[in-house]
Design a protein around this ligand. Structure first.
Ligand code: PEP
Ligand code: MN
Length: 348
C-alpha cells in the first residue's frame, strides 16, 4: 500500500456557472471517494489521497466533459517511504530505530601502519565502524585517486586486527564485487548519488549501502536515489546528509540539518550526518555533530586522522583523535536527551 497518491486534474476553461456546478460535482465525488482536492490555478487541481487512490473513480472522472486530463504526479519513492523504523546493523555498529553509531577514519587509505594506528585509537574510544576511501572521487584527475585494490587489502587487514566494520566507497559498477569483498558497508558518494546504473548494481550486492546526498540534490532526488537501491532488493540503506554547494567560501558546503528531520518524516531509513564534508572545517565538526544529534541523526560519518595536517586528502576537515575524543561526552549527552543508545558508549 502507498502512503500517498497525488494526481493533477486539468479542466477546460469554464464559465463561472459551469465552474460552480463542476465544483459541486467534484465535492460530491470527493465525499464518496475521500481525499482532498486543492486548487492550484484557474484550471488545475491537485488531488491528495492517503494510500492508493481509487483508480476506477479517477478513470470515471477523466471521462467528465469538463475534464481534460487526470495525471498522476511524479510518483513518490514508494519503497523507501514504506520502510518503517529500519535499523541497519553491521558488526557492532547500529544505525536507526533508536541507535546511533559513529563511522570514523581518514578521508583516504594511506598505508597500513597509519590506518592501523588510527583504527586502534578509534577502537579504544569505542568506535566500531572505520571509514577510509580506497577509490577517491577527486575533482582533479591529477589529485590522489586512492590506493585502489591495495587500499582495500589494507582495510581488510585492519578490520581483521580490530574487528571494526569497514565503510568504503565504490565508484564504478565494475568494482562493486571487489569492494564488497573487503567492506561491510558500501558507500556511494555525493558525486555518484545520481548515477542510476551504479545505484542499481549496488542494490544487488546484498550488502548494506551508505548513500550520500548529492551536493546539489533535492530531498526528492535523494529519496529516488535510495529507491533505485531499494528496488535492487537492498533495504539496508543508510542515508547521509553531507552538505550542499552554496555561495559562501567560508565553508566548503552548507550542512542541511533540516534534511535530517525532513527525511525522517519521509522514510524510516536511518539518516546520518557527515559534518566533515558538510563544513570542510575541523573546527566546526564537533558542534555540527552535536547539532546533527539534536536534529535526530542516527549516526555520524566523521573524518579523523592521527596527524590531520599530513592527511593525503581533506586535511582541513580532519579532526585530530584528541578533538574527536573530546566531542564524545557532549555528543552522547545530546543523544541521551533523544533516548538514543550510542556507539561509542565509552564516553557516556
Ligand atoms: C567521502 O566520504 O569520502 C567523500 C568523498 O564524501 P562525499 O562523497 O560526500 O564528497
Ligand atoms: Mn574526504
Amino acid at each position: 500500500m502507498r502512503l500517498f497518491s497525488v494526481y493533477q486534474l486539468r479542466t477546460k476553461a469554464l464559465v463561472a456557472d459551469a465552474r460552480a456546478a463542476f465544483q459541486q460535482k467534484l465535492e460530491a465525488w470527493g465525499q464518496e471517494f475521500g481525499g482532498v482536492w486543492v486548487p492550484i490555478d484557474g484550471q488545475s487541481l491537485i488531488y491528495y489521497f492517503k494510500g492508493d487512490a481509487p483508480q476506477d473513480a479517477l478513470l470515471r472522472l477523466s471521462q467528465w466533459s469538463e475534464v481534460i486530463t487526470v495525471v498522476e504526479e511524479s510518483a513518490p519513492p514508494f519503497t523507501v517511504s514504506e520502510i518503517a523504523n529500519k535499523q541497519v546493523s553491521v558488526k557492532e555498529a547500529q544505525f536507526g530505530a533508536g541507535a546511533a553509531s559513529i563511522i570514523a577514519g581518514p578521508c583516504s587509505v594511506e598505508d597500513y601502519d597509519s590506518m592501523l594506528v588510527i583504527a586502534q585509537k578509534l577502537s579504544a574510544l569505542g568506535v566500531r565502524a572505520l571509514r577510509a576511501g580506497a577509490y577517491k572521487p577527486r575533482a582533479s584527475p591529477y589529485a590522489f585517486q586512492g590506493l585502489g585494490i591495495k587500499g582495500l587489502e589494507i582495510l581488510s587487514a585492519v578490520s581483521k586486527e580490530t574487528g571494526m566494520a569497514i565503510v568504503t566507497e565504490a565508484l564504478d559498477p565494475r568494482d562493486i564485487d571487489l569492494v564488497a569483498e573487503h567492506a561491510d558497508i558500501l558507500q556511494i558518494g555525493s558525486r555518484n548519488m545520481s548515477n542510476s546504473s551504479l545505484l542499481k548494481e549496488v542494490g544487488k550486492a546484498n550488502m548494506p549501502v551508505l548513500l550520500k546526498r548529492g551536493m546539489a540534490s533535492t530531498i526528492k532526488e535523494f529519496l529516488y536515489a535510495a529507491e533505485y537501491v531499494a528496488i535492487g532488493s537492498c533495504q539496508d540503506i543508510i542515508l547521509c546528509e553531507r552538505g550542499l554547494r552554496h555561495f559562501d567560501s567560508e565553508v566548503r558546503n552548507i550542512l542541511d540539518l533540516s534534511a535530517v528531520a525532513l527525511l525522517k518524516q519521509k522514510t524510516g531509513l536511518p539518516v546520518i550526518v557527515d559534518p566533515s564534508h558538510g563544513t570542510g572545517r575541523a573546527d566546526l565538526v564537533p558542534s555540527m555533530m552535536c547539532a546533527a544529534a539534536a536534529a535526530g541523526a542516527d549516526g555520524f560519518l566523521v573524518e579523523v586522522h592521527d596527524k590531520p595536517q599530513q592527511a593525503w586528502s581533506d586535511a582541513d576537515q580532519a579532526l585530530s583523535i584528541d578533538n574527536f575524543a573530546q566531542t564524545l561526552p557532549k555528543l552522547n549527552a545530546v543523544l541521551s536527551v533523544f533516548d538514543k543508545t550510542s556507539t561509542p558508549l565509552l564516553a557516556k
